[in-house]
Design a protein around this ligand. Structure first.
Ligand code: AMP
Length: 367
């Protein structure tokens, strides 16, 4: 195995940041890089990716196209990605050529729900009770082991926004859901009757320093994030506890970059970690308009070896995702007084993230 390259000095203005993935997150990362005088080179397997519109260079190739990856790395000073399902081999090839952040371990753990939950538990963090499922018999046994309450069967790999998930209320249900997933290795988790959902957008710099934004409260509709509210209900000591969780996760992973840690908050105020995203996160989009340094710039700073920026919030914020057909109402949205962000996607599809809008109220709170 080749050793992962590390930055020996910050990437200076004019330098090139490679970004794997060309969706809206890549686009907003490229824009943030541009603000710092850095350039972005996007690598995507999609011919017309939204991030291409705002970047200096792009490559269209499959993520396992070794020659294309080598050529891409040759143009970059440091590399990152905007999605967590980057194939491990792709990440390994790039990391052997140029500093690539976050590192391989952060990716590998996040790509497998069983490994992820086991890792979180090993840090002493609260999670929903869970059990591994790799056969119909295990599906039944796992349901019994978790007690008789409702549970959620999730495929270990490649699930997002509720895909590859089924709520089950009996051992038979669990067995059927497992078959419905064509026997894909899965985990069964207890269904958490949470009071609300929240997240922490944290950042760990190359020197091991850490900073986090105030935790948003997140509201989902049809398993997709609809709204993030800051300040949400997770404030004061509970907010600090949430930030400490993100810090612990990043330290254990030797992480460099922005991380999104998703939390369930129980009625009793307990914090359970659902999962972490080794990248910038939808629930951090409000930072573009409510903070001097957004999550996107923060991530670029980390990847380029620059000091962390200030995470202070100068305004309260409500961020709403613009999903599918809602984008057709762009004229009304543009006159609504909110900070409108559209992602340059040509095709509207149901549930597709087309943009977001953030409403600010200028009420900075004492920290
Ligand atoms: P995930 O793909 O794990 O982020 O799940 C997507 C959404 O499904 C979460 O944001 C929750 O709203 C819901 N969800 C996932 N797991 C559970 C659980 N164990 N209990 C209750 N709701 C869940």
């Amino acid at each position: 195995m080749t050793t992962a390259r590390q930055l020996s000095a910050p990437v200076p203005p004019g330098g090139m940041i490679g970004i794997l993935g060309g969706g809206q997150l890549g686009r907003m990362l490229a824009l943030a890089a541009a603000r710092l005088g850095l350039k972005a080179h996007i690598f995507s397997d999609v011919a017309e990716a939204p991030a291409f519109q705002v970047s200096d260079r792009h490559t269209v190739a499959a993520y396992d196209d070794r020659a294309a990856l080598i050529d891409f790395a040759a143009h970059c000073d440091a590399i990152t990605y905007e999605f967590e399902n980057v194939p491990a081999r792709t990440a390994a090839v790039l990391a052997g050529l140029k500093p690539t952040y976050p590192g391989a371990r952060a990716l590998a753990v996040a790509q497998d729900r069983l490994e992820e939950k086991t890792f979180l538990k090993s840090l002493g963090l609260g999670t929903a009770p869970f059990a591994a499922v790799s056969s119909v018999e295990e599906a039944r046994a796992a349901f019994a082991a978790l007690g008789s309450g409702p549970a959620v069967l999730k495929t270990r790999r490649l699930g997002y926004d509720g895909k590859g998930q089924a709520k089950v209320t009996s051992a038979n249900d669990a067995a059927q859901a497992f078959e419905h997933f064509h026997g894909a290795a899965s985990i069964l988790e207890s269904f958490v009757d949470f009071a609300f959902e929240a997240s922490v957008i944290g950042a760990r710099g190359i020197a091991g320093d850490f900073a986090a934004y105030d935790p948003p409260e997140n509201q989902h509709e049809h398993h997709i994030l609809k709204r993030s509210i800051v300040p949400g209900k997770l404030t004061g000591a509970e907010g600090d506890e949430a930030k400490a969780i993100a810090r612990k996760v990043t330290e254990a992973l030797g992480y460099v970059g922005v991380i999104g840690v998703e939390l369930f908050v129980t009625a009793a105020g307990g914090l359970l970690v659902n999962e972490y995203a080794p990248r910038v996160h939808n629930s951090g989009h409000w930072t573009l308009d409510a903070c001097a340094v957004s999550q996107f710039e923060q991530h670029i700073r980390c990847v380029a070896g620059w000091p962390l920026g200030d995470t202070a919030r100068h305004s309260d914020a409500v961020m709403e995702n613009i999903l599918g057909e809602e984008a057709a109402g762009w004229q009304k949205l543009s006159a609504s007084g909110g900070a409108l962000h559209l992602y340059g996607k040509a095709d509207i599809r149901p549930g597709r993230k087309m943009g977001h809008i953030t409403f600010l109220s200028p009420r900075p709170r004492p920290r």
